[in-house]
Design a protein around this ligand. Structure first.
Ligand code: BV8
Length: 254
């Protein structure tokens, strides 16, 4: 039942409500975006540092850019991959794993391709926007290789057949993997609480997932230092804060 959370609540009261929502949840799920990895030192897409050189993700993460300038697109992905190898999951990731242990399950639906939820130990990670763990031949799409660092010594990486290899991420204008979006929809439709962490809620169809939970009377606990289009929706408790410091706070006292 939506009691309505007045915005005049103190931070302590907000945290107390947030802790209660999480600790009393019988079927929680999490939905994360680039902000989840910000305190690992990985840039977000649309924050102040959302540009890479003079490009935006929407310019680079497209099939056209990959065909027209595969070297440039791979320079961007290689830089990100190198960064992923330099960082560790922060306390917020481990808090999600601890919450999973206490609650029995906490599937994580993520838009991120940095693999940090896997490394932190979450049991189920649904990668809506694909992965950088593997690459595929652009001429023979079924031909997939693990993305080993030596593949990136020469850019763009090439298949044994000579064609350019593409990262197995979902580029703009491409459909999401059927299995991932179906599983995400099932989770959104069956969870009583969705923890939404570090996403600007602007990329669709991924951003429609938390709305599904709300539309069925589920609650959303949003962790983000900024407000998003989701923040003011009925059924959403927005806690303004960073993932690394806020998620561990939610585990206190229960
Ligand atoms: C599709 C690839 C159709 C891998 C990504 C107009 C309106 C609406 C939609 C569209 C439109 N025009 C086009 C579209 C569709 C388009 C889209 O949504 N565009 C947007 C930009 C308008 N969507 C698509 O193209 C999708 N495909 O629609 O296909 C179709 C269907 C059938 C058949 C054929 C075609 C595909 C979208 C997937 C694109 N690929 N990634 C990669 O390189 O990473 S998207 C990219 O954006 C990443 O995955 C990223 O995760 C995702 C979303 O961004 P966020 O994660 O939210 O990150 P952002 O930087 O935006 O925000 C960070 C947040 O963190 C902020 O809120 C910030 O306040 C917060 N934060 C900061 N610090 C912290 C923090 N939070 C917590 N703690 C902190 N410390």
């Amino acid at each position: 039942m939506w009691e309505g959370w007045s915005l005049s609540m103190t931070d302590d009261e907000l945290l107390r409500r947030a802790r209660r929502l999480l600790s009393e949840s019988e079927s929680p799920a999490a939905f994360t975006g680039a902000g989840m990895s910000k305190e690992c030192g990985i840039r977000t897409f649309r924050g102040e540092e959302g540009f890479w050189r003079e490009y935006r993700a929407e310019d680079l993460a497209t099939p056209g850019a990959l065909r027209k300038n595969p070297r440039l697109v791979w320079e961007w992905y290689r830089e990100r991959l190198v960064r992923y190898g330099e960082v560790e999951p922060h306390e917020g990731y481990h808090a999600l794993v601890e919450a999973e242990r206490r609650l029995g399950s906490l599937p994580v639906i993520t838009q991120n391709v940095d693999g940090l939820h896997h490394r932190a130990g979450s049991s189920e990670v649904v990668e809506l926007h694909g992965t950088l763990r593997t690459v595929s031949c652009m001429e023979e799409p079924g031909r997939t290789y693990p993305l080993e660092p030596e593949l990136l010594e020469e850019l763009p990486p090439r298949c044994e057949c000579g064609a350019v290899l593409r990262p197995d991420v979902v580029l703009f204008g491409e459909p999401l993997p059927v299995e991932a979006i179906s599983r995400a929809i099932d989770l959104a439709d069956s969870c009583d609480l969705m923890l939404v962490v570090g996403t600007s809620m602007v990329v669709f169809p991924a951003a429609s997932i938390p709305y599904r939970t709300l539309s069925r009377g589920g609650h959303v606990l949003e962790i983000n230092p900024e407000a998003t289009p989701l923040s003011g929706e009925p059924g959403v408790l927005h806690v303004s804060g960073g993932a690394a410091e806020t998620l561990p706070l939610l585990l206190e006292g229960w």
